[in-house]
Design a protein. Structure first.
Length: 93
């Protein structure tokens, strides 16, 4: 499987409200040697945001920052929005 396939699967998790599949998909990517792109992280955070799993969204963002040290507005905006949506704005600040 390649990054594009995984991105589609992670995005489908958001649309299908199946956030519980996101961690295993991210783990599978690592095992398969597929690169996690900005799209991967953005879709994963969006799926977690939709399910109000802000703490896990922060964890995914931390992983993103370890791979992509330069901040990117899309994942950052998504994780901040996730915290705010869950009334955890103190964490976002």
């Amino acid at each position: 499987r390649d990054t594009i396939t995984y991105n589609a699967a992670v995005s489908a998790c958001e649309k299908g409200k199946q956030w519980t599949q996101v961690p295993s998909l991210l783990d599978d990517m690592l095992e398969d040697g597929a690169d996690k792109s900005v799209i991967t992280y953005s879709a994963a955070i969006a799926a977690l945001k939709r399910s109000r799993k802000w703490q896990f969204a922060l964890s995914v963002y931390d992983d993103f920052r370890s791979v992509h040290p330069t901040p990117d507005g899309i994942p950052l905006g998504s994780v901040l929005s996730s915290c705010v949506s869950a009334s955890e704005w103190q964490v976002a600040g």
